[in-house]
Design a protein around this ligand. Structure first.
Ligand code: SAH
Length: 246
């Protein structure tokens, strides 16, 4: 059986006994139903992972012993900051999950002109907690030992005005350029992908005026969540680690 990986935001050191937080304890005891002696992998988002053994499993308290430390490199040499138009519920959840699996290092949810989702401050905080939980479970599942950074949602117009990356790209079906025409290969980039309704012509013009290059992913219009998967896969194949030996 595959050993379960768990994110634990705590200080982890080899040989230490560490108490699981509520989330990890409930998962270990109620979902996995592990007993003392069972093996786990723990990571705290700082790059290392530890094999651990459950030594105490009580209803309100569970502790593990960290008995081996490993530092596998599962981060891509290409750092991708995804600016993603906020789409509805599950579509956005799926997009965030897949972006993490495909190695995005930063994610900023964006309010744009054709965005149909409206969120007040309280709902923004709830969404952020929800998206953060998706990021954590995607990292647990895919083996990443660093969490993608989730930034607070902001407007598209503000995001494009932030510091430029080595290359700033905006995915637009009508663009005349494609990814293969971008030179030289960057190590770090920002990628804007529109919500269900796409970006307006005005937004694409503002982005290009701000140093973004509009690129197409081919002749078919992809749904926003498909564009995330296709766009990140193409980037990681061209300049990242999708086509590279470990
Ligand atoms: N009706 C919208 C489609 C939006 S699709 C329109 O015509 O613009 C959602 C987002 O996915 C788009 O804003 C774009 O960022 C990306 N996208 C979808 N298909 C694409 C393609 N073929 N090339 C580039 N980007 C694409």
């Amino acid at each position: 059986m595959r050993i379960s990986r768990l994110y634990l935001p705590a200080s982890l050191t080899l040989g230490a006994e560490v108490e699981l937080d509520d989330r990890a304890r409930q998962y270990v005891l109620q979902v996995l139903r592990l007993r003392p002696g069972a093996a786990l992998i723990l990571f705290n988002g700082r790059g290392d992972e530890y094999t651990a053994r459950l030594i105490l499993a009580e209803k309100r308290r569970a502790t593990v012993l960290l008995d081996e430390k490993h530092s596998p490199e599962r981060e891509s040499p290409l750092a991708i900051h995804l600016g993603l138009g906020i789409s509805k519920g599950e579509r956005m959840d799926y997009a965030i999950q897949k972006a993490v699996e495909l190695g995005a290092t930063e994610i900023t949810p964006l309010f744009s002109q054709h965005c149909v989702v409206r969120l007040d401050e309280k709902r923004i905080q709830n969404r952020l907690r929800h998206w953060q939980a998706i990021i954590i479970s995607a990292c647990e599942q895919c083996g990443r030992n660093r969490l993608a950074d989730l930034h607070a949602p902001m407007t598209f117009s503000r995001w494009i005005e932030m510091d430029n990356a080595e290359i700033d790209l905006i995915l637009a079906p009508q663009a005349s350029q494609v990814l293969g025409q971008i030179h030289p290969p960057p190590q770090q980039l920002r990628l804007a992908i529109g919500p269900e309704g796409g970006f307006s012509d005005e937004e694409i013009a503002a982005a290009t005026a701000g140093g973004f290059t509009a690129v197409s992913l081919g002749p078919r219009i992809l749904r926003t969540e498909t564009a995330v998967v296709a766009g990140l896969s193409a980037l990681q194949t061209l300049w990242g680690d999708l086509n590279r030996h470990a």
